[in-house]
Structures are given as structure tokens and as C-alpha cells.
Design a protein around this ligand. Sequence first.
Ligand code: FCB
Length: 472
Amino acid sequence: MNLVIPQGYARDLAAEPVTGLPADFRWGVATAAYQIEGAAAEDGRTPSIWDTYCRVPGMVVRGENGDVACDHYHRMPEDVQLIADLGVDTYRFSLAWPRIQPGGRGPANDKGLDFYKRLIDELESKGITPWITLYHWDLPQELEDAGGWPARDTAYRFAEYAALAYDALGDRVKHWTTLNEPWCSAMLGYAYGNQAPGRTNFGEAIHAVHHLLLGHGLASRYIRETAAARGNELELGITLNLGTATPETDSHEDAEACRRADGLGRRLYLDPVVKGAYPEDVIADLALQNVELPVQDGDLEIISTPLDVLGVNFYRGTLFSGVTEEGSPVGADGLPVTRGIERDLPRTAMDWEITPTALTDLLLRLQKDYGIPTVITENGAAFDDTVSEDGEIHDADRTTYLADHIAAVAAARAEGADVRGYFAWSLMDNFEWSYGYDKRFGIVRVDYDTQERTLKDSAKWYRDTIRLTRGA
Ligand code: FCB
């Protein structure tokens, strides 16, 4: 595997206003609870599936875990100051379910809620808008033991937790995202096993998809009704990881491979949430594998509770072939082939191809097919940063990545896509799931020995770009 950035990717960028983004465009940085908080056993927090998964030998690089992470739980005011220094207007963070409702059942844990109340106080005092994600992958372990997301009851447990959180924080926070990337929770967690809880059963994963979406719908309904009853301002959404599927050739097989990839990766989530129906062709593809979505009467109506915004996490687009390397349209498993093809493109340290124009294509497609306002809730890149002798981190590759993707957003807007904001992933280096602390996505560096934070060049570029774009 080639983890080295080809020479010449990074450009030397002076901050300049990005043309086409309005002065009121929403700028943010994003994080997630388990990736930064640490304090894993403090103030009543119980283990999540990630605490457990990290302890299974071989699952996380160097056997690392989120016990301490960025120690954000103890350094929160300092981190909010950092966010303020960047000049962003919004901070997207997630609530830890096992902090707010330890064990996944029963009443709210006041100490857990207090942490987030203090965080909101701190953000408000600096004029930064909080944007809450309810679920960024940390299912209480007890609920996994009771069946996890493949079990329908987990959807109801999630709705109950969402209600506890909204009751406590809804009067103060307008922006609510239910789930982060349900595709990852379901597929990586239950089909491929490379994320918590590490199961490998495709049928269970498809059940997980439906129950995640049902949980999203139940939570959305509660939040909407409660906000209306209380007269709270609300911007409600879900965040999906979305890419693009481009055919390698104009063959029928390659077109079909793209249809399948798009179906399982995107339409399986977007269609029920926005249009209230699962896509027929995906249902047929699943039937080929004897897998069925466990839909009950009334579920789709709940799942399609109206949303205000779609959160888009974008990292890359993919080229697909519908035949094996030997040219067969049927794979060893007897199923039609859907094969990602590597291209000769610059890559990040995750070995992900860098494809900014795919972001423009994606946003235009979302506008055309779904017509819902979007915000980029995550975009960013891991690179193998080095600290220079001057103590600085000259991460021109990350800056170039950000600049090219922000320009891609502006291009989509110019062609009519209603994109309202952009949040960099991530505020700071953090626990990158199965990759442990090995992959650094932050625009701020974290020295894990001292917990010292240092603005990388990309953070300074981001700060200056935001300021210039606002015309300040
Ligand atoms: C996304 C996750 C986020 C982070 C980035 C790199 O899939 O939502 O937590 O790990 O990838």
C-alpha cells in the first residue's frame, strides 16, 4: 500500500476569499465524543461498544483506545478558546449516549448532562453556535448485549435517549443531528467487522440499517413536536457519508455496478428519509442475497419525518467496474460484481484518493434528486504531519485539500446547489477509530504526551479564509 503523498500535490496557498460563498455562509469545525473526550469512566459514564471493541486484540492499531484521547473532558474551556481563535461560527460535536444515559436505559445522568451544559455555556460566551449530533457511534454496551442495532428495540432506546437529551438541552440548542453516518454503524459495525461492535453478518447489518433509520425517525418526530410545543427554534437533520460512483467504462456492467454502489451506499438512506420509500432496485438486490429490510407498518412514515437540513460527510468519490479482473460479471460469491477501481490520483494518509470535483457532482446530484438544503458536516484529510524545527506544522497538503474542497462547494453553489455551510474534520487530531492515534485529521495538532495543542498551517489558512470570505 502506498501511503506516501505524491510529490507536487500540495500547492503553496495564500489565503484568499473563496469566490461564490456568501458572507453568511456557515463555517465550522467538527469532532465526536469518543474521539476526543477521554474520561471514559468518569461521572457515571458506562462503556460503549467502542470501549469494548478497542480491547479486542488486533482491532485497533497498537491496541489503542479512547480512555484519555484528547482529554477534552478536562480541557474543554481551553478547546473552546481554540475554536473561537479560528473564527468559526459553529462547533459540531456529539453527545456521548453512555454519559447521558449510562447503560442505555433509565433516567438521565445529571453529571453527564452537566458537561454538555458547561460546553454550551462556554460556546455561547464566545458567540459560537453549538451543533449537536446525538449519535456518533458510541452505543451503550448493554444495548449491544441485548441485540444491538439489528434488534428493533434499539431504535426505541435511541428515541428515549434523544428525548432525554432534547428535554435537557433543546431550549438552548437549535441545531440537532440525529445520527452520524448510519452506513458506517451498520456496514462497518455489523457486516465488515472493522468497526465496533465488529460483527460480520450482512443480514444483521441490513436489519441495523432499518433500525438506525427508525431510531432517527422516532427521535426526529419527538424533537420536532417538542420544539413546536415549546416554541424552540429548530434545525433538524441527519448526517450521511456520501460519495459518488463513476463507471470505469460505458459498459452496461459498469453502469450496473454504479447503480448497486449508489443504491447500497446512498439511496438506501436518502430515499426513505427524504421520500418515505426504500428504493425498489436495492430491495431486489438484497433479495438476491436472501436479505430483507425488517419494515413494519407505519415505519416509513416515521422515518420520513420532515428534515430541515441534510448533513453531508464527504471524503472521496470512487470509480467502479462491474466485472472481475478476468472480465466476469459474476464474482466468486455468485453475485454481480461491484468492484472499486484504484486510480492514479494523489492520496491522503488513509490511502483515500483525493477527488474534489466529485464533491461538486455529489452536491448537484443531491439538489436535483432530493432538493433539501445541505451542510458539509465533515470534510478533511489525514496526512503524516511533521513538526518542523520552528515548532510549526507546515501541512500544505491538508491546506490544499481543504482549499480544493471548499472551492468545489462554491462551484456547486454557483450551479444551483443549496449548500449552506462547511465544517472541517477535524478541529484537532483525535482517536481515529480502528486507526487509533496513527492518523491525524486535525487542523490543530495534539501532542498526546503533553496534550499540547498547536495550530497547524491549515488552521491558520482556514481562519484567514473565513475572515476574508466574510469580508471582515
Ligand atoms: C468519518 C467519521 C469521523 C471521522 C472521519 C475521518 O467517517 O464520521 O468520525 O472518523 O470519518
